[in-house]
Design a protein around this ligand. Structure first.
Ligand SMILES: Cc1ncc(COP(=O)(O)O)c(C=O)c1O
Length: 440
């Protein structure tokens, strides 16, 4: 009997090794990793170069407390990902997960306004159906009502939520894209007004909403409007790229495709590709300048922040993404995945929407396309898809509660950046069979 407390009921199969896009289980089965776990394993599995970098760093220096020292890999990683100060982001702070990144972004944002003499700013605006992590601060920021429900009484009231930018579900029939963006912008504006604009610290959003809504890019122009509203009210724009960032959508940062840059950006998953637990925040020069002119130090920290071995792994992952031209492969294989999904599911009776960017795609499942009717949540269709896919040697990331935390089902597909054309086609084939079996 397993003594590990697993995520759900029983003990899942044991994964023992991996190579490329494949995971090998203890019983000998080979599983095609069509989602890199939760869009994590961007280089796939068993990359000997990353393993060597980890081993070398662990042998040289595994740990030195960041209250006393910095380390070569932490400095090199920050230099590598901030080369050219993308979008005015000049500094990085590293931690061990996406949730820790959200906590740090929220705390640094609050501290920033104390540094510049605006202590009255105490409120954050976020969006329903977004996810920013599971620690209490990050869960307070998140808008997935199902994940919040149990803990609602102990969540922070400093966060309020506006509508997601989710066209398939919430753009009205009589509305074009521009009118939809106008409506969302007006709602955000009204929330600033309700709270008192001078009390708002910032707006938090995922540029492409990941697991909770299923790879939802915003309508064109939405983030430019959001940026403008934040700027006008002196609030910060905090973008959570834990899932959609570090190349996943075909550009290193998802915000590059939106014509805006954030003041604070949260990163994780694709940063270290799962070879080590690592996350972080990227920080705009203005925030760093305010800190330098004020108290001088971020009042926050963790024992394992900027861990040398984690930073060495992430540094090698990022080096490989560039050296092996993987952004190009993401774009090429992303186009192939889009075409494959469209071909296989474009006329499928139970697929209502196919959406995403780069190697970050989802299909939304419906019981009837006309009227976008959902399956009864009690059927837990997403779980069936997961089982049917695994039975066919495919791991993807299905999720329920797509619309409001309860209703709706989608399947997220996020292959490693190294995926070949044949592997992309195999993911689509196996997923097609799994969906057909699950809805039968
Ligand atoms: C957008 C987003 N933010 C934050 C998190 C939390 O990251 P972690 O699970 O590493 O704490 C996740 C995890 O799925 C995520 O998708």
């Amino acid at each position: 009997m397993s003594r590990v407390l697993h995520r759900s009921g029983g003990t899942p199969p044991v994964a023992v090794s991996g190579h490329g896009v494949w995971l090998r289980l203890a019983d000998g089965r080979e599983i095609l990793d069509g989602s890199g776990g939760a869009a994590v394993a961007c280089l796939g599995h068993g990359d000997a170069r990353v393993a060597a970098a980890i081993g070398a760093q662990a042998g040289r220096l595994a740990y030195a407390h960041t209250g006393f020292f910095t380390s070569e890999p932490a400095e090199a990683l920050a230099d590598a990902i901030l080369e050219g100060s993308p979008g005015g982001l000049t500094h990085a702070w590293f931690c061990s997960s996406g949730s820790e990144g959200t906590e740090a972004a929220v705390k640094l944002a609050r501290q920033y306004f104390l540094e510049i003499g605006q202590p009255e700013r105490t409120r954050f605006i976020a969006r329903r159906q977004s996810y920013h992590g599971n620690t209490l601060g990050a869960l307070s920021a998140g808008g997935n009502m199902a994940r919040r429900a149990l803990y609602q009484p102990i969540l922070s009231e400093a966060f309020s939520h506006v509508s997601p930018a989710f066209a398939y579900r919430f753009q009205n029939d009589h509305e074009d894209e521009a009118a939809y963006v106008d409506r969302l912008a007006a709602e955000l504006e009204a929330e600033f007004a309700r709270l008192g604009p001078e009390r708002v610290i910032g707006f938090i959003a995922e540029p492409v909403v990941g697991a909770t809504a299923g790879c939802v890019p915003a309508p064109a122009g939405y983030f430019r409007r959001v940026r403008e509203i934040c700027d006008r009210h002196g609030a910060l724009l905090i973008l959570d790229e834990v899932m959609c960032g570090m190349g996943r959508t075909g550009t290193m940062h998802a915000w590059e495709q939106e014509g805006v840059a954030p003041d604070l950006q949260i990163i994780a998953k694709g940063l270290g590709g799962g070879y080590q637990p690592i996350g972080g925040i990227l920080i705009a020069g203005g925030i760093i300048a305010a800190l330098a002119a004020g108290s001088g130090a971020f009042v926050h920290g963790h024992t394992y922040q900027a861990h040398p071995v984690a930073c060495a792994a992430a540094l090698e992952v990022q080096r490989i993404i560039h050296a092996d031209g993987l952004l190009e492969n993401i774009r090429a294989m992303g186009a192939r995945l889009e075409a494959g999904l469209t071909d296989r599911f474009g006329n499928h009776a139970h697929v209502g929407d196919i959406r995403g960017r780069g190697l970050f795609w989802a299909i939304e499942l419906v019981s009837k396309r006309a009227g976008k009717v959902v399956f009864d949540p009690a059927r837990k269709l997403h779980e069936r898809v997961k089982r049917e896919a695994l039975a066919r040697g495919l791991a993807v990331y299905p999720m329920g509660g797509t619309i409001d935390g309860v209703a709706g089902d989608h399947v997220l597909i996020a292959p490693p950046y190294i995926a070949s054309a044949a592997e992309i086609d195999m993911i689509v084939d196996r997923l097609g069979e799994a969906v057909d079996a699950a809805v039968a």
